[in-house]
Write a protein that binds this ligand. Structure first.
Ligand code: 5GP
Ligand code: MN
Length: 320
């Protein structure tokens, strides 16, 4: 890993025009690590473009300088492309072609399913969040971490660890967070914006989605679904779906939780969580997805009831 850090340092010394990008359907780690790293690189006088591949979810709009995330100007070329929190380039969705306009790619990620697609790969699946890796990089490069950068990285780590509850949280995670807290970040504000600021529409959607709860295999698998019709009825968006799959995972008997989100009639996004032993990254991989052992996702190109049958069968093969 040290070699990769060294290579990154050399490359950063050489280049001027840097673009940063992360995955579609952004989460706290993707936006926080992208913005945190982007702001730090701006401070050392690099020309930075931070790409917005999707709408920023409501709860992350408070992040410092979030308006610097901009739409991609087609065909714009860069010396260096930094891809954050993406296990493979398909996670860039319709922005995948940005990679063709960069001379060099740096892959910074913590997914176990990462395909090492970069010229430099800083990939560590033991890191709780990509935000941890960005902290390590800034520390290695001796780059200043100001309050704004610390806020972004804190959000990245706090969200990917479920507020330091998931078993990806390690001593190093708390060490890094202690260093970030030394920068006097406004923890009260962060907690309010990220965790205590749900819209009424998302709450109504949450209730309706919970009402679709089905249990299988002696209550060890919990499944919920969100259809386009439910979104429309509640005037909600996909970004509002957050938190439901974690909620049903926490039912006493449940080992695996599954959410089916109807993107289109024949395109169903699946989110998976497990509690103690099932490797949901490998289940997602069966359907060309990926992620982490306890949190993963994939897309099934079928209608929602067929998709449900397929994923339930696959999960059943993995339950003891
Ligand atoms: P979520 O259910 O929160 O969208 O995703 C859970 C985890 O699985 C995240 O770490 C995310 O990066 C990963 N993930 C979700 N969907 C996909 C997918 O389609 N492909 C891959 N490779 N990873 C995914
Ligand atoms: Mn992440």
């Amino acid at each position: 890993m040290n070699d990769e850090f060294k290579k990154l340092k050399q490359k950063l010394d050489e280049v001027k025009d840097i673009c940063l990008v992360s995955h579609i359907h952004p989460d706290g780690d993707s936006i926080g690590s992208l913005l945190g790293f982007g702001l730090a690189l701006e401070n050392i006088n690099k020309k930075i473009t931070m790409i917005k591949v999707d709408d920023i979810p409501y709860k992350y709009k408070f992040l410092p300088q979030v308006s610097k995330l901009k739409n991609y100007e087609e065909n714009k070329k860069f010396d260096l492309l930094i891809v954050l929190d993406c296990s493979d380039l398909d996670r860039l969705g319709s922005f995948k072609h940005i990679t063709e306009n960069a001379r060099y790619i740096v892959n910074i990620d913590h997914h176990i399913s990462n395909t090492n697609y970069g010229d430099i790969n800083i990939v560590d699946h033991k890191a709780a969040a990509t935000g941890e890796l960005v902290y390590n990089i800034l520390d290695y490069l001796n780059m200043n971490i100001n309050k704004e950068i610390a806020t972004c990285l804190y959000v990245a780590i706090a969200t990917d660890t479920g507020s330091f509850r998931y078993d990806n949280t390690r001593p190093k995670t708390h060490y890094i967070v202690s260093k970030l807290l030394e920068k006097q970040i406004d923890l009260k504000r962060v907690t309010f914006e990220v965790f205590q600021n749900k819209t009424l529409a998302s709450t109504k959607l949450f209730i309706e989605a919970l009402n679709t709860l089905e249990l299988y295999y002696d209550n060890r698998l919990a499944v919920v679904q969100v259809t386009q019709q439910m979104l429309m009825k509640n005037n909600a968006e996909f970004n509002d779906i957050d938190g439901i799959v974690e909620y049903i995972r926490d039912i006493e008997t449940v080992e695996v939780a599954c959410i089916l989100k109807e993107i289109k009639e024949d395109e169903i996004k699946i989110g998976l969580r497990s509690k103690t032993y099932v490797d949901v990254a490998s289940i997602a991989k069966v359907f060309q997805g990926g992620g982490h052992i306890r949190a993963s996702g994939c897309t099934i190109y079928n209608n929602i009831s067929e998709a449900k049958e397929l994923i339930i069968r696959e999960i059943g093969l993995n339950l003891r």
